[in-house]
Design a protein around this ligand. Structure first.
Ligand code: TYM
Length: 332
């Protein structure tokens, strides 16, 4: 089977450092060894309310972020999900394959729906089936994501296996997650026990990919820490979630191990460390921010990339979806 990568991010707000370190930069690395498909998952975004004009702008912003981070539209396929109808078609089929008990175990639904479960959209509940459809519509074999998507990928494997079993056909591959590097779980700058996320109401909890250097410096300066010094080894950061998070971010941005970062800053306080972290964050992110801003001014270019990407994606998806329909007994 062709080795194929699929991944995506929701255009539901600002792209942030967690998206970059947990996902985008790994996407970029895979482009030379795999056929890669990177999707702006606008259908996932509407599981919670999105203003139509904002959604369009956010889809373009997400595409600009992918390209600015290094996704090359000439090498990889880059498109927005709603343009390829196969995602919705296969998701329906998977709604009929996945069991309610499986969905009830999804921790992200519980987190996102919160106490207001009865008022959550039905789409939010079946969201993991759509995600499985995204991946399996292309028979993708590898999926680079952050730690928080691991459970959804296990469900994708279960769906693929159950479909193959039920219909007695080896149609879908069992996908391999790629969860790599020191940035697979970047935490909030305000609370080291919470994930950095687009939906956190505090702007100071995250570094956005469109933040300028001063904003990045200010957010890092205000980041929560403790009064202790940096230890010689990363193990000794145990029980200090905020310190652990800043060291991990530094390690991820510089491609160092957390131990090497500790060895370099051993005995220093967070005043010094935050200055160093600001320098590496600005050096690494400023070119991305600039390129994103440039691309966002060129809507015609972004739109043409997304349109062409959707055509290429559709061409791969169509014969696979036909195989699925034949296996099920749908007439076409
Ligand atoms: P989303 O939009 O929440 O995030 C996009 C990617 O960024 C990663 N990520 C993080 N990594 C490290 N630390 C963080 N704080 C952090 N926050 C986000 C996510 O793990 C993800 O890789 N359901 C997915 C989108 C999706 C998808 C797919 C992904 C839809 N279909 C098919 C892969 C394959 C999501 O909501 O990601």
């Amino acid at each position: 089977m062709t080795k194929r990568v699929f991944s995506g991010a929701q255009p539901s707000g600002n792209m942030h450092l967690g998206n970059y370190l947990g996902a985008f930069r790994n996407w970029v690395k895979l482009q030379d060894d795999f056929e890669c498909i990177y999707c702006v998952v606008d259908m996932h975004a509407i599981t919670v309310w999105q203003d139509p004009a904002d959604l369009r702008a956010q889809v373009r912003e997400a595409a600009a972020a992918y390209i600015a981070a290094g996704v090359d539209p000439n090498k990889s396929i880059l498109f927005n999900q709603s343009r390829v109808a196969g995602h919705a078609e296969l998701a329906w089929i998977f709604n009929c394959v996945a069991r309610i008990g499986w969905l009830n175990r999804m921790t992200q639904f519980k987190d996102k729906a919160g106490k207001n479960r009865e008022k959550a959209s039905a789409g939010l509940y079946v969201y993991p089936n759509l995600m499985a459809a995204d991946i399996l519509l292309y028979k993708a074999t590898h999926v680079p994501v952050g730690e928080d998507q691991k459970q959804h990928l296990e469900l994708t494997r279960d769906i693929a296996q159950k479909f193959n079993n039920d219909y007695g056909i080896e149609l879908f591959p069992v996908v391999e997650p790629i969860i790599q590097g020191e940035g697979t779980r970047v935490m909030s700058l305000r609370d080291g026990t919470n994930k950095m996320s687009k939906s956190d109401p505090s702007e100071y909890s995250r570094i956005n990919l469109n933040d300028d250097a001063d904003t990045i410096a200010q957010k890092i300066r205000k980041a929560k820490t403790d009064a202790e010094l940096l230890p010689a080894k990363a193990d000794l950061l145990e029980g200090r979630p905020e310190a652990q998070n800043l060291v991990s971010i530094y390690a991820a941005l510089t491609d160092m191990s957390r131990d090497a970062v500790c060895a370099e800053y051993e005995g220093k306080g967070f005043g010094d460390f935050k200055k160093a972290l600001t320098d590496v964050a600005v050096t690494r992110l400023a070119p991305i921010t600039e390129e994103m801003a440039r691309l966002q001014k060129d809507e015609a270019y972004i739109d043409s990339v997304l349109r062409a990407g959707a055509e290429r994606a559709h061409a791969i998806a169509e014969p696979i979806l036909n195989e699925v329909k034949d296996a099920i007994g749908f007439m076409r």
